[in-house]
Design a binder for this molecule. Structure first.
Ligand code: NAD
Length: 294
């Protein structure tokens, strides 16, 4: 699959100025990674608090680099200027590539993508960081679906090397090429995958979360399961991973998977993961999930 990504790389149009929509867990991480590798990025959200959190996270990650003497304080200050926080679409006319990273809700994504398509230039590539929603489904309302594809990062963005570049039925080569090139410029390993709910990684991961949920419903202790999976060799167990992902994101993503693969993914009644979400236990983003955070 790597070869396939390499094939596109040489054909890319320049990706000098980018933008991310949403300054949450993923948007903040994408902004940091882009800025850190030298590609300027506008970081847009609808909430001031979200922008502040996104910037705080980026500052924290840069500060760690300074502590480890990988960056000087001057270099950190310079890299931080690559992130331009904004609540408006004012400067979107000059953006080469946009990564949409708002909440995992098809209606919200449709609204955001069609809005931004009307503001950018004809050649701007639009991408979505959706975890599960089909790229063909999101392309339906776009005027230039050839300029649209998936760009799926993993959490935490600065540590996870893989990026899935998802090719929809109408996606053109230029969109894939620019997205592959941008992923490489960010120091990531892009793979080009076909479109379906969950793409490649989440088609494996969500059935695993489903299996974990069954165990919880049968009375298993989540800490015990986490320890066992760590001993098995995984860097973290499913409960901790769900806290990192966000229980809200996991529930919304699972709904999309259940719709796409009803025979395998649809469940009667509430899952243990849904119950956590109903009780406002969202994971690390609100300091309480399976585990408690400070
Ligand atoms: P999050 O809830 O942390 O952040 C979402 C952000 O989008 C919030 O700051 C919110 O204010 C903002 N937003 C909402 N509507 C907006 C709009 N109209 N314009 C601009 N900003 C808007 O969510 P997240 O975990 O960062 O997930 C974002 C996307 O990335 C989702 O599609 C999710 O499925 C995907 N994703 C998440 C993970 C993960 O592990 N959390 C991993 C890969 C992909």
């Amino acid at each position: 699959v790597k070869k396939k990504a390499g094939k596109y790389e040489k054909q890319s149009q320049p990706v000098n100025q980018t933008a991310v929509l949403g300054a949450g867990i993923m948007g903040g991480g994408i902004a940091y990674q882009s800025a850190s590798r030298g590609t300027p990025i506008l970081m847009k959200d609808i909430k001031d608090e979200a922008i502040e959190l996104g910037l705080k996270e980026a500052r924290k990650l840069f500060s760690k680099q300074v502590e480890r003497k990988k960056l000087t304080a001057e270099q950190m200050a310079e890299k931080l200027t690559n992130i331009r926080p904004t609540l408006s679409y004012g400067d979107f006319g000059n953006v080469d590539l946009v990564v949409e990273a708002v909440v995992e809700n098809p209606k919200v994504k449709d609204a955001v993508l069609t809005e931004v398509e009307g503001l950018v230039s004809e050649n701007t590539i639009l991408t979505s960081n959706t975890s599960t929603i089909s790229i063909n489904r999101l392309a339906q309302n776009l005027k230039r679906p050839e300029n649209f594809c998936g760009m799926h990062f993993f959490n935490p963005v600065h540590r996870m090397p893989l990026v899935e570049v998802i090719r929809g039925e109408k996606t053109g080569d230029a969109a894939v090429a620019a997205t592959v090139a941008y992923a490489r410029a960010m120091g990531k390993t892009p793979i080009v995958v076909n479109d379906c709910p969950g793409f490649l990684v989440n088609r494996v991961l969500f059935p695993y979360f489903g299996g974990f949920s069954f165990l919880m419903e049968q009375g298993a202790d989540f800490q015990h399961v986490d320890k066992v999976m760590e001993k098995f060799g995984w860097p973290m167990g499913p409960a901790y991973l769900l806290d990192v992902v966000g229980l809200d994101t996991a529930v919304h993503a699972n709904e999309v998977m259940a719709e796409g693969f009803p025979d395998r993914m649809a469940r009667e009644g509430k899952t243990a993961i849904q119950v956590m979400f109903d009780n406002d236990r969202l994971g690390q983003k609100n300091d309480k999930g399976f585990y408690a955070y400070e």
